[in-house]
Design a protein around this ligand. Structure first.
Ligand SMILES: [Zn+2]
Ligand SMILES: [Zn+2]
Length: 343
């Protein structure tokens, strides 16, 4: 029987989709589901029944979406990084698991070692209740019942407070999906671009349309009116940036052999001109078929470029238009909260 793969979008928001006392054109402040942080279930089903249920990140609103949806405990949580808007719901999942399976059962978390350490230092009670299934950069491991997927973590740079942050590639015989998590730039070796090529779906951090690296996020395009150029804020940032700084947050010198060797190759091959610092720059290299835009804010677009913050409809129309103008054929969509995407 053919296996089907779906994603459920529990939330599409950035860390604070709507600030208290304010409104935001993109988010409906009267719909609690639209105040959730970006988080997803990756489901594999056979004959209509779920065989694997993987939760990718768990911030505000994730649990409410799980309970009001299928109301089951995910088999595992895979974390892109340790920030609160990606981890706040982990405890609720773990406690549900413990109440159901007893005190001796440890809940499996897939994460890099630094992300797991960040998690248990933020929520110390989780140390004794969870079990790390460690992700090492560029090394695949199976995840899910029936070994439904292989999972590979690729390091990203997401500022100095996101040690171990990674994008997550899930692959099965007939599906390949990439979740970038938050980032300013992916830290990929030349061979990794080949592994990431032509995914069915990429879910991507779209905090802003235009670059402002000080926000610790990349942007969709490089410059208003000229998407593949690099505007002044990005130029300025690249002037002082060294690849050693990018890799440094992952502390390769103190880490195990896999991490050291990964970053050794990354540093050797680093070329700032070829290093992707926007969504379009990465897409040009890896050509995903469909791209799901999440974690939108637009605050820096307004503040530093005087460009408006868009509604969801406007953002997807603008993204498709801008990508076409740059000769990119991927299809872009902005999901609604709770949306099920058939892959
Ligand atoms: Zn975030
Ligand atoms: Zn973050």
């Amino acid at each position: 029987m053919e296996r089907s793969v779906q994603i459920i979008v529990h939330g599409r928001g950035n860390a604070w989709p709507v600030l208290l006392g304010e409104t935001h054109p993109f988010y409906d402040r009267t719909d609690p589901r639209d105040l959730a942080n970006a988080s997803f279930s990756l489901l594999a089903s056979r004959s209509g029944s779920v065989i694997t249920d993987i939760l990718i990140d768990a911030g505000h609103g994730t649990i409410q979406s799980l309970i009001t949806g299928m109301n089951r405990i995910p088999d595992t949580i895979c974390l892109t990084h340790g920030h609160m808007d990606h981890t706040l719901g982990v405890d609720w999942v773990v406690q549900s698991f413990r109440k159901k399976y007893g005190d001796t059962a440890a809940y499996p978390i897939h994460a890099t070692l630094p992300v797991f350490r960040f998690l248990v230092s933020s929520y110390p009670q989780l140390a004794g209740l969870t079990e790390l299934r460690e992700l090492e950069p560029g090394i695949s491991r199976t995840v899910g019942n029936d070994d439904s997927f292989t999972l590979t973590a690729y390091p990203v740079y997401h500022g100095m407070s996101a040690q171990g942050a990674s994008m997550l590639l899930f692959e099965s015989a007939d599906h390949r999906l990439l979740f970038t998590g938050d980032l300013i730039t992916p830290l990929l070796r030349p061979s990794d671009y080949k592994n990431l090529k032509n995914t069915d779906l990429m879910v991507v951090d779209t905090n802003n349309r235009f670059p402002y690296p000080g926000a610790n996020h990349w942007s969709f395009s490089g410059k208003p009116g000229d998407p593949m150029a690099r505007g002044e804020y990005l130029d300025q940032y690249l002037r002082w940036l060294s690849p050693v700084d990018l890799a440094g947050i992952h502390q390769p010198e103190n880490a195990g052999r896999a991490v050291r060797s990964y970053f050794g190759t990354f540093l050797q091959a680093f070329d700032p001109a070829k290093q992707p610092f926007t969504i379009l720059e990465l897409i040009r290299k890896i050509t995903p078929r469909k791209v799901v835009l999440v974690h939108y804010s637009g605050a820096e677009d307004l503040k530093y470029y005087r460009e408006p913050i868009l509604t969801a409809g406007e953002l997807s129309a603008w993204a498709n238009r801008t990508a076409r103008a740059a000769g990119i054929r991927s299809e872009f969509l902005v999901p609604s909260p709770g949306q099920l995407i058939q892959v």
